[in-house]
Ligand binder design. Structure first.
Ligand code: ZN
Length: 240
């Protein structure tokens, strides 16, 4: 076998290998992106949990306020009863009307208190509904997270299996390539995002688009040696 045909043969094999490597690279990138995707789901779940905590606090605050106001009201009602008791014991009209006046004043306070309590009851009810919704949302986000984790695990397993298959196919092909060419290819592959072999496009490298020197283009066509792009270092070949 002459040197030209060996180079030609290696390039032909590397073209097939590059197809496999592109797929391996893409699958690997997908695998690498999975932890980030899981983190994003976890974050949504955390947010839903935090929201529930806030809603719980809001609901409790309204309940507490309502209780406070109810207590205040019952104290004032007790006050009225006391005044009414005093009414039976007063001796003068002046005292009588003074106490009546006190009772009227407390009653006015109480009617305001009752209004406040009604508003608070409404707040308690609304915040209870909000809390129930928040808890439902939290449950859904948790379920979504578990589902997505399970799905990612399945994806991960199938991708790893596929990568193993592709690697096995690649190994078989690489065994047929001249060792020094195989080493060069792997070195470029590792550095250049899974693309080590690219066709020329006219006078340009199709990967980095740099215009190649005429001599380089010539060498690529002659197939007497492995030629790399002077800019991006990838192995060049001519598409026929
Ligand atoms: Zn290039």
């Amino acid at each position: 076998m002459t040197e030209t045909t060996k180079i030609q043969q290696d390039i032909e094999i590397l073209k097939q290998v590059q197809v496999l490597d592109k797929e391996i690279y893409d699958l690997t990138q997908e695998l690498l992106s999975i932890p980030g995707k899981i983190s994003a789901c976890e974050l949504l779940c955390e947010e839903a949990k935090k929201q529930v905590k806030d809603l719980e606090k809001q609901h409790k605050d309204f309940q507490l306020k309502q209780k406070e106001k109810e207590l205040e009201l019952s104290e004032k009602e007790e006050q009225i009863r006391k005044f009414q008791g005093q009414l039976t014991q007063v001796k003068t009209n002046k005292e009588y009307s003074a106490i009546q006046h006190e009772i009227a004043s407390v009653k006015a306070d109480n009617s305001l208190l009752e209004e406040t309590i009604l508003v608070l009851m409404d707040d308690v009810e609304k915040s209870a509904r909000g809390l129930a919704q928040g808890r439902e949302n939290e449950k859904q986000e948790e379920k979504k997270l578990q589902d997505q984790k399970a799905e990612f695990k399945k994806t991960e397993e199938s991708f790893r299996k596929k990568i193993d298959e592709l690697q096995a196919q690649k190994k078989e092909l690489m065994n047929q390539v001249a060792p020094e060419t195989a080493v060069l290819y792997e070195k470029i592959l590792a550095k250049k995002s899974g693309v080590a072999l690219v066709p020329i496009e006219g006078e340009n490298c199709s990967s980095c688009h740099m215009t190649l020197r005429a001599q380089v283009v010539n060498e690529v066509r002659l197939l007497e040696a492995i030629v790399v792009c002077e800019n991006c270092s990838r192995i060049l070949y001519e598409q026929k």
